[in-house]
Design a protein around this ligand. Sequence first.
Ligand SMILES: [Zn+2]
Length: 55
Amino acid sequence: MTNAKKAEMMVRCKNCIKRFEVKPKADKAKCPHCGVEYRISWPKPDLPYIRGLAK
Ligand SMILES: [Zn+2]
């Protein structure tokens, strides 16, 4: 069996415009580049989406 394509669970920080990885099903994620924390939603199981700031 071949592996399913590896999902890239990345979002783009709205503050510093850099991409960073989000843990699967996390509801929050912190940008490692600038330290801003975001709320994450999952339109699809392998597709994270930034909803807004975590605060
Ligand atoms: Zn950032």
